[in-house]
Design a protein around this ligand. Structure first.
Ligand code: ADP
Ligand code: ASP
Ligand code: MG
Length: 428
């Protein structure tokens, strides 16, 4: 008998027939004698609908009230799933984050989980019930509801698995695993049977939203066995046997495996959420980077890529990227606090850019990845605007219109294409 935490995302919970399907899946694990804790997201589209309602009143709503409201989507799905399970003869109890003491800090809208009290959950499991917990939400020290950031139900799942020392945390979604790149962009994307935490963390941080970044951080830190798999796969029958463990979905592992067999590149991630800010014609002397970036940092705006051009005539251009939602605010800060002080000629933003990244622990021991990447992009007339690298990734910033072409060409150039070209995206 195993203790399994299963998380079902919005598409998997998208309508009543899908919820009934999730109930059937959960029942099959329960019938096989496993203890099951289920974390669910709001029904697909519901969180966006709620956010839109709030924005119709205020574009920057009070964070506490926002959390109070946006967390309700999950409360609907937990109780619907409990009813669906009860109607097929499975004892089930649903709980909000607060009811099972998922304690967070009080940073509304992107709270961090501090602790979970597993007592209530254990009691229900010992009584033979399936426990259903609302994802994405917690409670702070003042007793207020908090939320964990978009996609946060993944983190609820992993945190519960860590607290309960579950045998596995299964993230059921609308694709059957983690792919070499978003399978919606190219049908040639290949499913990975394994990926290391380190690589998954890079992929998630660089834009692959199949798992929320924090859930991967959490899983790595607490060594939670984590699997991404499809909620539409009829062959999953609730048996936690070797066949399942070796063949289903994608396992996120600590082990890097045999380095000889390590592929150079595990995947290609991309991020459409970036915007480029250019500060033109600034005098090239020490302190310029600090003068530009300090006020931006103080305004709580995160900076990602940075580029300073070589000076000509003593003047240089300084560019960096921020989240697209922060573009206007960044320009405002620079115009108000920096432009005059440093004597910049012009400040402007461009939100038609995309960051494309190659990720792979195999890069550590191989040279030449960057040159193949740049050559492939050059051959396809994709202009590189910025570059940033680390030991296991290379990112470039390019014009958004080239995204699809660039990813497809890189995917082929690094030998990632699947042979049959069949797509495995379900439930859309
Ligand atoms: P859920 O609602 O189940 O949480 P998400 O939409 O958050 O689902 O995540 C699943 C989606 O992640 C897929 O539909 C897919 O388009 C996207 N995705 C992005 N990159 C990848 C990748 N490398 N592998 C698999 N899916 C990816
Ligand atoms: N419902 C939340 C969202 O849409 C949390 C989640 O789905 O993980 O972001
Ligand atoms: Mg998600």
């Amino acid at each position: 008998m195993a203790l399994i935490v299963q998380k079902y995302g919005g598409t998997s919970m998208g309508n009543i027939s899908r919820i009934k399907n999730v109930a059937k899946r959960v029942k099959s694990w329960h019938d096989n004698g496993h203890q099951v804790v289920v974390v669910v997201s709001a029904m697909s589209g519901e969180t966006n609908r709620l956010i839109d309602l709030a924005n119709q009143i205020n574009k920057n709503p009070d964070p506490r009230e926002y959390d109070q409201m946006v967390s309700t989507g999950e409360q609907v799905s937990i109780s619907l799933l409990a009813m669906a399970l009860q109607s097929i003869g499975v004892g089930a109890r649903s709980f909000t984050g607060g009811q099972v003491a998922i304690k967070t800090d009080d940073t509304h809208n992107k709270a961090r989980i501090k602790s979970i009290d597993d007592e209530r959950i254990r009691k229900q499991l010992d009584a033979g019930n399936v426990v259903i917990v609302a994802g994405f939400q917690g409670i702070d020290e003042h007793g207020d509801i908090t939320t964990l950031g978009r996609g946060g139900s993944d983190t609820t799942g992993v945190a519960l698995a860590a607290a309960l020392k579950a045998d596995e945390c299964q993230i059921y979604t609308d694709v059957d695993g983690v792919y070499t790149t978003d399978p919606r962009l190219t049908s040639k994307a290949k499913k990975l049977s394994r990926i290391t935490f380190e690589e998954m963390l890079e992929m998630a941080s660089l834009g692959s939203k199949v798992l929320q970044i924090r859930s991967v951080e959490f899983a790595g830190k607490y060594q939670v066995p984590l699997r991404v798999l499809s909620s539409f796969d009829e062959d999953i029958d609730g048996k936690f046997d070797e066949d399942f463990k070796n063949n289903v979905g994608t396992l996120i592992t600590i082990d890097e495996g045999d380095s000889m067999e390590q592929p150079l590149i595990s995947g290609i991630a991309f991020n459409r959420d970036e915007a480029k800010i250019v500060v033109r014609g600034v005098p090239d002397h020490p302190g310029i980077a600090a003068a530009i970036l300090t006020p931006v940092g103080k305004a709580n705006i995160e900076i990602d890529m940075i580029l300073q051009n070589v000076a000509s005539n003593g003047l240089t251009d300084f560019s960096f990227t921020v989240h697209r939602n922060d573009m206007d605010k960044t320009i405002e800060v620079l115009n108000n606090e920096v432009k005059e002080e440093i004597g910049a000629a012009e400040i402007f933003g461009d939100d038609k850019v995309v960051k494309i990244s190659l990720v792979g622990v195999g890069m550590r021991s191989h040279a030449g990845v960057a040159s193949t990447m740049f050559q492939t992009l050059a051959e396809n007339n994709v202009n590189i605007q910025m570059i940033s690298t680390s030991e296991i990734k290379i990112s470039v910033l390019a014009q958004e219109q080239y995204l699809e072409k660039a990813v497809k060409k890189l995917h082929t150039a690094f030998g990632l294409d699947r042979e049959d070209g069949e797509s495995h995206v379900a439930g859309t």
